[in-house]
Design a protein. Structure first.
Length: 219
């Protein structure tokens, strides 16, 4: 299964008709946040989906957040995975939105304690996965990184300690995040934490995994 992962930056290749020639064999799109709604809808319309996503700390994915918070419009053709898990073609995927709290915006920002609560609210889904499929989780998509892995010292870009706990107990094969922009080609974008490969997907990346196991074939 070929997976396209995206976050934070609109890429000229993906937002053009060339996407079909370059990435027409993609089976699944995963978005880790801070991308415009029109961009997500364009990609899913050109590649045919499915699209699973989480919202970033800048809610570009939704309309109406500033005009009327009770009437948000989410991207068409996609499925928001925040706080829940799905099984797609044998691949177990879950999501957690938002970033570390850094200002008084009440949306999509969390303290580490609040994110820990979201992790434990997700836990029943993962336990059910373990009972059904013999493993908790293959891929966690998140906007922010784990604490101490690919993150930055400033409050906005600091990672969540709660993600370290999640990796310790539920052992996803991959934790794919965005939020931390990459401008240096030598900057580390992949790290191993326990049994999890942590990937910063700023811009876009592709990966191939085995259906039903989540094992990595190539990147």
């Amino acid at each position: 299964m070929k997976i396209l992962t995206i976050s934070d930056r609109v890429d000229e290749l993906l937002y053009s008709s060339a996407i079909r020639q370059a990435l027409g064999d993609v089976d699944l799109v995963l978005s880790c946040g801070d991308l415009p709604q029109y961009y997500l809808e364009y990609i899913v319309s050109m590649l045919g989906g499915p699209l699973f996503y989480v919202i970033g700390n800048h809610p570009y994915e939704i309309r109406g957040v500033f005009e009327n918070p009770d009437k948000w419009e989410y991207p068409k053709g996609g499925e928001n995975l925040d706080g829940r898990a799905v099984c797609y073609r044998g691949l177990l995927i879950a999501g957690l939105q938002g970033s570390m709290c850094y200002n008084d915006n009440p949306y999509f920002q969390y303290t580490d304690r609040e994110m820990a609560l979201k992790v434990w609210q997700l836990a029943p889904w993962l336990v059910l996965n373990k009972l059904r499929y013999g493993r908790y989780l293959d891929i966690l998509i998140a906007h922010a990184p784990p604490y101490g892995i690919h993150d930055k010292p400033d409050p906005c870009h600091q990672g969540f300690r709660a993600f370290l706990t999640l990796m310790r107990y539920f052992q996803p094969r991959y934790l794919i995040h965005g939020h931390v922009h990459v401008y240096n080609p030598y900057e580390i974008r992949e790290s191993i934490c326990r049994r999890t490969l942590v990937i910063n997907t700023y811009g876009y990346r592709t990966m191939n995994v085995e259906e039903g196991t989540g094992r990595l074939c190539t990147t």
